[in-house]
Design a protein around this ligand. Structure first.
Ligand code: ATP
Ligand code: MG
Length: 223
């Protein structure tokens, strides 16, 4: 699941430092890639594992692209980074994708591992609504990355999830005001997405005619 890097470090004294990047990746874009790389370098992570969600419990409706398409786009996007990997753990698990289940499964599968869950500030703001946020902050350190338009209320977060401040590492980095929602709208409107997603992902979207279909939009309003 975590590729060669896990075994590579089994005989060293320190545990593997594994970044975990959750999301729907509908589609993956340069914002995701840039924050994952920033977290990897700043926190000296051995690897960052991208984990596409099967169904995001907090997102209304379904995803626009299928799990397989989203998985393939992530695979294409990370292909040129030896420190990035993608996991099917949430796609292959029935039901909504809860981060706490994923973190527990990774601890079981990887043995001596330190988990660093990477998320944008918009996601942090919703953490209180996730399943067992108290457990999440015990299972992983949170790597909270700035995102345009979001300034977290730490005292309120701390009241809701005691320990969250201690468990968090804030990374202030280049702010890329880009979202998958905007990319889907751009494709539908015939506007360019070149340079906002890797070229391989752009080609995949056009080859498979993703995000164009009005009927998809009707069945899932967020599309
Ligand atoms: P959508 O518009 O469909 O919600 P998104 O661009 O927010 O898509 P997600 O798959 O929801 O992408 O996000 C996965 C993770 O990446 C989340 O933790 C989110 O906060 C973070 N993230 C996404 N885009 C950015 C960005 N431009 N800057 C910082 N963090 C981001
Ligand atoms: Mg989002």
């Amino acid at each position: 699941m975590t590729g060669t890097h896990t075994s590579q470090h089994q005989h060293t004294t320190r545990p593997v430092r594994l970044g975990v990047m959750g999301g729907t990746f509908d589609p993956i874009h340069i914002g995701h890639l840039a924050i994952a790389e920033e977290a990897r370098v700043r926190l000296a992570l051995d690897e960052v594992l991208f984990v596409p969600a099967r169904v995001s419990p907090l997102k209304l409706g379904n995803t626009c692209a299928s799990g397989e398409d989203r998985y393939r786009m992530v695979s294409l996007a990370i292909a040129d980074n030896a420190h990035f990997a993608v996991s099917r753990i949430e796609l292959d698990r029935e039901g909504p994708s809860y981060t706490v289940d994923t973190l527990e499964a990774l601890h079981t599968a990887c043995g001596r591992v330190e988990l660093y869950f990477i998320l944008g500030m918009d996601s942090l703001e919703t953490l209180v609504h996730w399943r067992r946020p108290d457990a999440i902050v015990r299972l992983a350190r949170l790597v909270v990355v700035t995102r345009p338009g979001y300034v977290p209320d730490w005292p309120a977060l701390e009241r809701a999830i005691p320990g969250v401040t201690q468990a968090s590492e804030v990374i202030d980095t280049v702010r890329l005001d880009i979202s998958s929602t905007e990319l889907r709208e751009r494709v539908r409107a015939g506007m360019p997405i070149r340079y906002l997603v890797p070229a391989s992902v752009e080609a995949y979207i056009y080859d498979h005619q993703l995000y164009r279909d009005e009927r998809t939009r009707a069945s899932a309003p967020s599309c």
